[in-house]
Design a protein around this ligand. Structure first.
Ligand code: ZN
Length: 1094
């Protein structure tokens, strides 16, 4: 089914009118709601006032741009490359290298403790592919696994068809994992075709005054390294070497640090003659005087000191860029909160830039989709492709179609157009929306996307008022709101049949590792209650979702949990090469009906496998089995896989350990991100066709090849969670919390998303967790409220300022109750003929989201260094274009940034030094693959905090203050050793304790009498009855509630070994892996820009 499908001919039935009653629709509620009397359909004879060119509702143009606000910073360039600090040997996350011992053969788990056996003959009801080889079933009644089943060897080899390596459709296959690695041979890289499209940096909008923070060309204490004067040609970051971009020899003048900044364009002044005595500290200043050298950075950058290379007179007093004088993320975030947090964001005006994602604000839908659903890199896009190419600002939208709204906002209303289905343009198939223009007295409408004139069906007819607007415009959500839903007709359903409610299948690895870590027992215990919290629709009493259970190691065990059974029954399928589902009846059941049997099963599973010696697992056959089960039940659904190890057992999708850290920084590094076999792409395609979404929970003790295992979750819209070296005592809270959230979240199944645009631009590239079999339809076996799809647009014609540009995102999906619906989001953007307008309406956070995804996909095909260089070049081009075309004339020595892009350099630098693009020694191959997958589906708020973590001082603000303490910049320099800080990035959470913290504070928070007694690595704060303890624990709870994944706490002490972990997140500083500090990167960026301009 696809969204474009043409609507069926509209039969003249007098169907229940599309009536969209006044909108009081309850969130989903079906079509309940107040039933405002349907507007009577006028017959076709309304007055036909000639056309009235009505302005698009709520569309108004932004004021013409005047001078652009901009920030100017003068950054000293050049600087000797500084060496690296020693590599940390610390592991991210509690490092545990548990070595699993392997047991020789696998043993059939014959030992079935268990309850009384219900003598239920095992029922074998094979369906689906005929069980070629007989499978036996064991009864688990009372669960005894009686005989395991031997399966006759399958005549034909294994498998799923040739492991073809699919060239990935345009989608990206994300793979990735969080922290952990293990060496080994490597496997043949899979070729994945993934196009790189140019990426550009985004920026934020809000034309405000140009904050020109003119960084002092010279003066200013340089941050970390205190002393040395700036060196010339510094290569920022990392190992000086690679990074051509940086190396590019700077023009002679660039060599003089202080100089180039302020220096007049002319001939390079020999030195920093032009230093300005006092430069103004702009924006940031709040943090007081820059501190001295940072503890750990004892000596100035090695390599830097001698100014030898410096030509010209010796630099005098070291003039450095003052960290307080460069744009501060904290300040920008604070300003936006103060300026835009109090008023609701009303979406009636075209091209309005929304508040930042870090600002709390309410949204009122008046014709454009809320920024919670769609955010754009720019809200004013160039009219021509030439302009767009010149600016290099990527035009992209980050779309989160099923985003969860805060309780104060109303979920999209559901509109029922009856049997005729949603009203659409006959030509381009766009759905009725507020921008469609009714003409000829309301008898026809002109499509706002393709200009086609369409007849209005009789049952939809309505008169127009004197402005040309339909008199019922405010009774119909599709005529005045940016977001709404349509009930889909049977024509929008697979095989022309309304779908059955979806099913959830829990598939549990019961191999040795899973049992030993306590995972299986914990999981089964949790599932007993969790099955009562499956997603429900509206006010439904109980969930319509059915559940099923499978356990596996080298073979699969299916369970019959039919309500009429006294005890569950187990059926074993050992022919994993030709997977089939051994039972139909009793496999997928209603929780309430089968509760006793389900509980019994979950009680028995940990016991049944308690003594297992089986260490090997299969993986692809498990997914295959789940998918086949859904197919047999003729429904969509989700598989929850709980898996521990590299699947090395003989079976389709068998993997080998191909981890090889030696590939880092080589041309073959990309193979680490590619799946090692094509089996999983093939399998994923089958899953997508069935509407089978796969969520994967990994519990590895060593390399599991996240890059390959995550292929199916990625292509089916699923999620991946990774708990390295899982131990119940340490990880229970995190896992259970993630599991609960994951199982309960609302999901749309068997979905297809299509983004239409008005003539002039079109969607050309897509990023996220989905599959594409053509160039326009994004297929999602499942889509939850956390997932985003990023879409890039390119011009295919000229746009004009009057009409602007329109986007319409249509998502066809099956709700958790089995209802087929279409969710529509519309957004109107402005178009400009002046580049300045583009630069004033950008959103940097969204640009970074796009650029990160672009880069993270790029590593599948290109050397990581190339990817980094591409980002840097694009960023420089964007800023150079601004400088050339929009900024007022000024000295070339000044770095001038557009106001809404002033954070682009600092944020881009964070992306460049992220684990995927510049891994530290402690980051494993699986970690990188994991992070890559996560970022691919992140929304703008998530990428914002992920790349630039929040650092909050805990003891600075008054204890009674109820608001979150103001953040400080993520730099060691901002830490005071007399304070305690909390740092979070959406995945990690730290508390850093300064060595000189008052004893009273230590006592209040940790219940010990001195700093030295605090346990480093602590993950739970003691529950103490004092204001500070309550406040800090409350803050942690609130931060966790804001994030989509549970953040495990790690307490780190100043100067302690674990501190290295924490410092990894101080992103304004130079990183151990060679990533540049913010100041150095800004200097480098300035140099790049100057080169482009010269
Ligand atoms: Zn059209």
């Amino acid at each position: 089914m696809n969204v474009n499908q043409s609507a069926p001919p509209v039969p003249p039935f007098g169907q229940p009118q599309p009536v969209y009653p006044g909108y009081h629709q309850s969130s989903y509620g079906g079509q309940s709601g107040s039933t405002a009397p349907p507007t009577p359909c006028g017959s076709y004879n309304g007055p036909v006032p000639g056309y009235q060119q009505t302005p698009h509702p709520g569309v108004s143009r932004a004021p013409p741009s005047g001078a652009l606000p901009s920030s100017t910073a003068q950054v000293p360039c050049g600087q000797g490359a500084y060496g690296q600090f020693g590599q940390g040997d610390v592991q991210n996350g509690p490092s545990s290298t548990v070595q699993m011992q392997r047991f020789p053969g696998s043993q059939p788990f014959g030992s079935a403790p268990l309850a009384p056996v219900v003598s239920q003959p095992t029922v074998l009801q094979p369906y689906g592919p005929p069980p070629t080889s007989a499978q036996v079933t064991a009864q688990l009644a009372g669960m005894q696994i009686s005989g395991a089943v031997a399966s006759a060897p399958h005549p034909s080899g294994l498998g799923y068809g040739p492991p073809t390596s699919l060239a990935s459709a345009s989608g990206s296959f994300p793979n990735s994992g969080l922290y952990g690695s293990y060496p080994q041979g490597q496997a043949p890289p899979l070729s994945q075709a993934q196009g790189h499209s140019g990426a550009h940096p985004p920026q934020r909008s809000a034309p405000q005054q140009a904050s020109s923070f003119t960084p002092p060309a010279s003066g200013g204490p340089r941050m970390p390294s205190v002393t040395g004067p700036l060196l010339q040609g510094q290569s920022f970051g990392g190992p000086p070497v690679s990074q051509p971009n940086h190396v590019s020899s700077p023009p002679p003048q660039a060599l003089h640090p202080g100089t180039q900044m302020t220096g007049p364009p002319g001939p390079p002044p020999p030195m920093h003659s032009s230093q300005q005595p006092g430069y103004q500290l702009q924006q940031n200043g709040s943090f007081g005087p820059a501190r001295g050298p940072q503890p750990n950075y004892g000596s100035p950058y090695p390599g830097a000191p001698p100014f030898s290379s410096q030509s010209g007179p010796q630099p005098l007093p070291p003039k450095r860029l003052d960290p307080d004088a460069i744009p501060s993320p904290i300040q920008v975030i604070e300003d936006d909160r103060n300026n835009r947090g109090s008023e609701p964001f009303v979406t009636g005006v075209r091209g309005q830039v929304p508040p930042l994602v870090t600002t709390n604000f309410l949204v009122k839908d008046q014709g454009n989709a809320s920024p919670r659903y769609i955010r754009c890199t720019s809200y004013n896009i160039p009219c021509t492709s030439d302009m767009a190419k010149q600016a290099q600002v990527p035009l992209a939208a980050v779309i989160k179609p099923l985003a969860k709204l805060p309780p104060e906002e109303v979920s999209p209303y559901i509109v029922d157009h009856g049997e005729s289905g949603p009203l659409r343009c006959n030509r381009c198939k766009a759905y009725m929306c507020p921008f469609m223009q009714f003409i000829e007295g309301g008898r026809r409408f002109q499509c706002c996307f393709c200009s086609c004139i369409n007849d209005v069906p009789p049952q939809y007819f309505q008169h127009l008022d004197h402005t040309g607007k339909r008199v019922d415009a405010y009774d119909r959500p599709e005529l005045y709101l940016g977001s709404y839903e349509f009930l889909a007709t049977v024509d929008y359903c697979k095989n022309n049949k309304f779908p059955s409610p979806p099913a959830f299948i829990f598939m549990i690895d019961v191999s040795y590792n899973a049992i030993r870590s306590g995972l299986v027992r914990l999981l089964c215990e949790e599932l007993k209650s969790l099955v009562d919290f499956l997603p429900r629709e509206g006010g439904a009493e109980e969930s319509a979702i059915r559940v099923g259970f499978v356990t596996y190691n080298k073979v699969l065990h299916f369970y019959n949990v039919k309500s009429s059974l006294a005890q569950p029954q187990m059926m074993v399928v050992s022919d994993v090469a030709d997977m089939f589902v051994p039972l139909l009846d009793g496999f997928l059941v209603n929780v309430n009906e089968s509760r006793a049997v389900i509980t019994s099963l979950l009680d028995q599973i940990p016991e049944m496998f308690a003594d297992t010696r089986e260490t090997e697992t299969v993986f692809a056959p498990v997914i295959q089995a789940g998918m086949e089960a859904l197919k047999a039940a003729e429904c969509a659904g989700k598989l929850f896989l709980f898996h521990t190890s590299l699947p090395i057992a003989e079976a389709p999708g068998k993997l080998k350990n191909r981890d090889d850290r030696k590939l880092i920084n080589t041309d073959k590094e990309k193979t680490l991100f590619q799946p090692q076999t094509g089996v999983y792409q093939t399998l994923a395609k089958e899953c997508v066709a069935q509407g089978c979404c796969v969520d994967l929970f990994l519990f590895p003790n060593q390399y599991v090849d996240v890059a390959t295992l995550s292929v199916v979750p990625q292509l089916t819209g699923g999620s991946v969670y990774k708990y390295a070296c899982f131990q119940v005592e340490n990880d229970q809270e995190r896992f259970v919390s993630d599991l609960r959230r994951d199982v309960q979240k609302v999901v749309g199944f068997d979905a297809v998303m299509r983004v239409r645009t008005s003539t002039g631009i079109r969607a050309v590239d897509f990023f996220g967790a989905f599959y594409m079999s053509n160039t326009t339809d994004v297929e999602l076996a499942g889509l939850d409220g956390d997932k985003t799809v990023t879409v890039e647009f390119k011009h295919d014609d000229r746009l004009n300022e009057e009409n602007g540009a329109l986007l319409q995102c249509a998502l066809l999906y099956t709700s958790c109750a089995g209802q087929r619906r279409l969710r529509i989001h519309n957004l109107a953007l402005n178009c400009c003929t002046q580049l300045a307008d583009l630069y004033r309406n950008c959103e940097t956070d969204t640009l970074i989201n796009y650029m990160a995804k672009f880069a993270y996909r790029g590593v599948l095909n290109s050397p990581v260094k190339t990817v980094r260089d591409t980002l840097i070049t694009q960023c420089a081009q964007i800023l150079a274009c601004y400088r050339k075309n929009c900024a007022s004339p000024s000295s070339a020595g000044q770095l001038i940034l557009p106001e809404c892009m002033k954070l682009l350099p600092v944020y881009l630098n964070c992306v460049l030094k992220s684990d995927v693009l510049q891994p530290g020694a402690e980051v494993t191959t699986d970690d990188r693959a994991y992070v890559r997958v996560l970022v691919t589906s992140m929304d703008v708020a998530e990428t914002n905090v992920f790349f630039y973590p929040r650092l909050l001082p805990l003891t600075k603000s008054p204890i009674e203050s109820t608001t979150e303490p103001p953040a400080v910049r993520a730099s060691e320099e901002r830490l005071s050793n007399g304070d305690i800080y909390l740092l979070e990035n959406g995945l990690n959470l730290f508390i850093w304790v300064g060595a000189s913290v008052q004893q009273g504070v230590v006592q209040s928070l940790f219940s010990v009498s001195s700093f030295s007694q605090i346990t480093s690595g602590l993950s739970i704060l003691p529950v103490l009855d004092n204001p500070l303890s309550k406040k800090v624990r409350g803050l942690i709870d609130s931060l966790r509630a804001q994030r989509s994944r549970y953040m495990k706490l790690i307490v780190v002490k100043q100067e302690d070994k674990l501190e290295m972990l924490f410092k990894h997140f101080l992103v304004e500083d130079k990183s151990l892996s060679g990533g540049a500090s913010y100041v150095d990167f800004l200097c480098h960026m300035h140099k790049e820009i100057r080169q482009l301009l010269s």
